[in-house]
Write a protein that binds this ligand. Sequence first.
Ligand code: NAD
Length: 294
Amino acid sequence: MRIAFIGLGNMGGGMAANQAKAGREVMAFDLSPMATAKAVTNGCAGVDSIAEAIVGADAIVTMLPAGPHVRQVYAEQILPHAPKSAILVDSSTIDVESARAVAAQAKAAGFRFADAPVSGGTAAADAGTLAFMVGCDEADFAAVEDVIAPMSRVTFRAGDHGAGQAAKICNNMVLGISMIGVCEALALAEKLGLDPVKFHEISSQSSGQCWSLTTYCPWPGPVPTAPSNRNYEGGFSTAMMLKDLKLAQDAAAKAGASTPLGASAEGLYALFNGLGGSGKDFSAILEMLRGKAP
Ligand code: NAD
């Protein structure tokens, strides 16, 4: 299978590498030449443009920052020039409306398309163990699963176009809220004279257990793969988390849903982002809650 992979950042880099590791021919492109060069060291063929990447592709996977990037790349580069037989899979986290708009344009142009955002962070992207949440026509799901298999631990068809993004936005609202909860608890443990590492050990086996604590601990030490051990570099940036919390709030406002903790989480991440935390992993909000500068 020949795959065009567009967007080789913190997530896309590892995902493209796993496609290559599975023996697929991966034509990799990122606006950053450094990101493309890294993909080459991981077994991909680096190319200089999207136009070059999509020639003869069986599948095109995009892993871009946000809705406007996806809309632009699809409208200007993929839909006018890709082979009609290529299946199109967008794994970026974007707003439901953009996902549905791109799906409608793709369908009108004769393509199969899926929104297929992911969960699991960069460690899972590198390990090929992401959870995929797919919105697509039922008839296309098997083909989508085949494309994403080397990158995935589990794949769900959430529903029709846009449903994958709806699942992802709701999931990340939980994540933003739970990360702040874990950070508040760690900061309180410290103030109470309880070793935060001991608290991690205890709560990981108690009812406070959650992914933010056990798999992605914001306190350095207990979870070696967590960004807290590398000065909160890489991982899932605060700016990206803020984007997702805004998506959740926009969606909640449109749907008339009440999401007060989601709104608080958005406010706290906006504050941390403004204080200089935007490029740090989102677990670095611990520093703000400990009263330290990012
Ligand atoms: P990133 O900023 O590290 O990577 C995005 C990449 O897209 C960059 O390398 C950038 O140069 C490239 N890019 C932008 N516009 C482009 C274009 N027109 N053509 C080619 N390349 C282009 O972001 P990331 O952390 O890899 O996240 C990517 C997406 O995945 C986001 O939507 C994010 O919300 C989502 N996501 C991230 C994580 C995480 O833990 N980082 C987890 C789940 C989902």
